[in-house]
Design a protein around this ligand. Sequence first.
Ligand SMILES: Nc1ncnc2c1ncn2[C@@H]1O[C@H](COP(=O)(O)O)[C@@H](OP(=O)(O)O)[C@H]1O
Ligand SMILES: [Mg+2]
Length: 250
Amino acid sequence: MTLPGGYRHSDAELAAMIAEGAGQLLLGVGHGALLDRRQLGDLGDALAEAWISRVLQRQRPGDAVLSEEAEDDLARLAADRVWIIDPLDGTSEFSRGTTHWAVHVALTRNGIPDVSAVSLPAQGQLFRSDEVAQVGGELTGRIAVSRFGHSYPSAAVAERLRLQAVHIGSAGAKAMAVVRGDVDAYIHSGGQFEWDNCAPVGVATAAGLHCSRLDGSTIVYNNPQPYLPDFVICRKEIADEVLEALRYFS
Ligand SMILES: Nc1ncnc2c1ncn2[C@@H]1O[C@H](COP(=O)(O)O)[C@@H](OP(=O)(O)O)[C@H]1O
Ligand SMILES: [Mg+2]
């Protein structure tokens, strides 16, 4: 079948295929722990980036790309369609041999994720914005935090809502824990880049979760400086209370 634009795959299919394919490649890099940690991280970043950039050049030659591992071409600021990619999110977790790492693939239009896919290859999971289930059911009373623990805003929310911390590496893995309904929230502050949270926010939004900056404003991508230091992803049922607890920090 040929799609509009002469494409063989829809944007959603392509995003999912890239997240899955780069994940398989990264599983191969880590196979058997044959390399040391530094080599695993460096090679994982570089190989996943090389494969993804060639796939996008071939499949969507007219689109702009912002990737953690590529030089930033500011032509993206005038582009209609901008892919925002983290070829390996959670590089340090990957190199330590944990299952907490992800591949992030998002296509943004006007700064908003249009189509997103996040793979957690070591957990055998793929989340895509066009197929993800709506998050529902009981609240869990848990919040995802990084390996290093809470930031102040995250701790304030946990204290106010009495949420128990669950330590998970990688922004994608933390966000997908909310999407799976394993935890109720993931609150980040203190620094991140657009590639760290764009595809996770795209999938989380499609799953019916609340996603915003800590001050409650809309998260906008494809900025001249692709620094996106804070955001909240949480169950809609607790969003008002979470934002109230975050007021002091925004
Ligand atoms: N304060 C900060 N400044 C910049 N990047 C940060 C950050 N805190 C977390 N990150 C990035 O967010 C991702 C998830 O981190 P964590 O597991 O600690 O939550 C990692 O991305 P990469 O692994 O893609 O470099 C990490 O580098
Ligand atoms: Mg990252």
